[in-house]
Design a protein around this ligand. Structure first.
Ligand code: ZN
Length: 288
């Protein structure tokens, strides 16, 4: 099993340059690049430098995180979102990264998702997939699009929030380059079913995020309650067992947004992420 590092994990204590350095040192296989860190990096570096980094070491780019709030957006919003898609294509082409994580829209006053039916949500996802897919192709860099259902209860619920719902949408889209992000936090956060994972086509799981959680009831999970894998009460073993039985052996990427972990140095944050992930996964997979 390959190990990935999602840059959200060190959001408050590092930048892309340091993430690259310490992920390489710690022996991570993949990094998931966050947009704000990428933009900041490009203020003082070039995409050619980024390419140079990835061509020399073990660490490889895995995905761009993310295009947010893909549902029920205005034409004007889409113009802005497309600038991000263009950035991902431009950099992706250079460094060989062809995956975009896309995130559904939360319940906020301007989107009225509380009035939307499942069918309308599904249709707006399809629209987003097609818009992004066409834009990438137009840019000469076709990308894979990974829909990340979000199982947070607080501060707002999201319009795609279970594995079953997201899987249904991706299946219905019927596009080879459209799949899912399976994040254990979002999975357990809204009580998705392990049986549904057991039944799924593994080829549709493009990204696998791992983490753990404070001991809170369902519906109260916030991003800040995320913990290192193995340090909470999540049924990670249940998830790992099912994936192992199905023959999943691609990659697991640690993704935590806990303010206390931002008080660590970048090096300590990334080293701990590696140690905790490796320990949790090692019961089921060989992890270097
Ligand atoms: Zn995630």
């Amino acid at each position: 099993m390959k190990l990935g590092f999602n840059e959200g994990t060190s959001l408050g204590c590092s930048n892309l340059e340091l993430d690259l350095k310490y992920c390489e040192e710690q022996g991570f296989d993949y990094i998931e690049i966050h947009t704000p860190k990428l933009r900041e990096y490009l203020e003082t570096h070039t995409k050619e430098e980024l390419k140079e980094f990835f061509s020399s070491g073990r660490l490889k780019p895995y995905s761009f995180n993310s295009i947010r709030r893909i549902n029920f957006r205005t034409e004007e919003d889409w113009n802005t979102l497309m600038e991000e898609v263009d950035l991902f294509c431009e950099v992706g082409k250079e460094i060989g990264c062809d995956m975009i994580v896309v995130v559904p829209t939360p319940r906020l006053p301007e989107y009225h998702i509380e009035e939307k039916t499942l069918t309308e949500i599904e249709e707006s996802c399809m629209e987003a997939f097609h818009r992004i897919d066409e834009r990438c192709k137009k840019n000469g860099w076709p990308m894979r699009i990974a829909l990340e259902f979000v199982g947070l209860g607080e501060p707002a619920i999201f319009c795609v929030n279970t594995f079953e719902q997201a899987y249904g949408i991706v299946e219905k889209a019927g596009m080879d380059n459209v799949g899912l992000v399976l994040d254990t936090y979002h999975f357990f956060g809204m009580g998705s079913s392990l049986e549904a994972v057991r039944q799924c086509d593994l080829n549709k799981i493009f990204v696998f995020h791992i983490n753990d959680v404070d001991e809170l009831p369902r519906g109260f999970w916030r991003d800040v309650n995320r913990r290192w894998p193995g340090d909470g009460y999540m049924d990670l073993d249940g998830m790992f067992r099912v994936l192992k039985e199905k023959g999943y052996d691609e990659a697991a990427s640690v993704e935590v947004f806990r303010p206390a972990y931002y008080e660590l140095s970048a090096e300590e944050n990334i080293r701990t992420a590696k140690e905790k992930s490796r320990k949790a996964l090692s019961k089921y997979w060989t992890v270097e």
